[in-house]
Design a protein around this ligand. Structure first.
Ligand code: SF4
Length: 235
């Protein structure tokens, strides 16, 4: 995609949603870190359901240690992989209390050193909590980046690097939110809803579905599915 088109792409997404936010619910940075950790291979809606009650009691890493692993499991048992997530969240709380004075560090190396925190989670926390220009490539961003030609890559890290290179100011902080929301609600995995897509004239995807009810072209569908199988980043 040409530079001017990329600018226009984000200008339109920004115009439609000037203050994009994560759909995960949280009250402070620590709760955000926990929510993002729990959201790996789970939906934001499912995580919010579980954390609404949990976050009334747990506001700090010390609160989490006081609750204990079994107590935490009771709250998150509706979320996939809750056993291993509970272990990670408890180990993370211990490290935050022991090594960071109960605070969430703001840099990627310190974040990814925490149990259960991969590059994607660190990027979300750095972006949403600290306003960093990071691009947390999830399945939606991976798909939208490749389909549109905005940021092509065979792995999430390659797409992240392409976004870092291609996304201009003043859109760098909001970019990952706009792309996630666009992928979740318009540029959907199975059938992209190109018939009401606000950036349809800028997008390079060959299999556009321009009529509601039509099926995506087989070739493009297969290609997109292949890309979607490309390893997703560690949470
Ligand atoms: S035109 Fe279609 S494929 Fe391109 S971004 Fe919009 S919904 Fe996605």
């Amino acid at each position: 995609m040409k530079k001017a088109d990329i600018f226009e792409f984000f200008r339109r997404l920004a115009e439609a949603n000037p203050a994009p936010e994560t759909e995960l619910e949280y009250g402070n940075v620590y709760q955000l870190l926990v929510a993002v950790t729990l959201s790996a291979q789970a939906t934001d809606v499912g995580v919010n359901k579980a954390t609404r009650r949990l976050f009334q009691i747990v506001k700090t890493p010390q609160d989490m240690l006081d609750l204990g692993e079994e107590g935490l499991k009771e709250h998150i048992k509706t979320i996939g992989l809750f056993n291993s997530k509970a272990k990670n969240v408890m180990a993370m709380a211990e490290i935050l209390v022991r090594e960071h004075g109960g605070e969430v560090p703001a840099d990627r190396d310190a974040l990814t050193a925490l149990p259960g925190v991969g590059r994607k989670t660190a990027n979300v926390v750095m972006n949403c909590a600290f306003g960093a220009e990071t691009f947390a490539v999830d399945t939606h961003i991976f798909r939208v980046g490749n389909r549109t030609g905005l940021a092509r890559g065979k792995t999430p890290l390659a797409v992240e690097k392409a976004l870092d290179k291609n996304v201009p100011q003043p859109f760098r902080v909001g970019a990952h939110h706009w792309l996630i929301l666009h992928g979740r609600y318009v540029c959907k995995a199975r059938t992209p809803e190109c018939w009401h897509c606000g950036v349809v004239d800028l997008c390079a995807f060959k299999g556009k579905v321009l009529v509601k009810g039509a099926k995506p072209a087989a070739a493009a569908r297969g290609k997109a599915a292949g890309r979607n199988k490309a390893k997703e980043s560690k949470a």
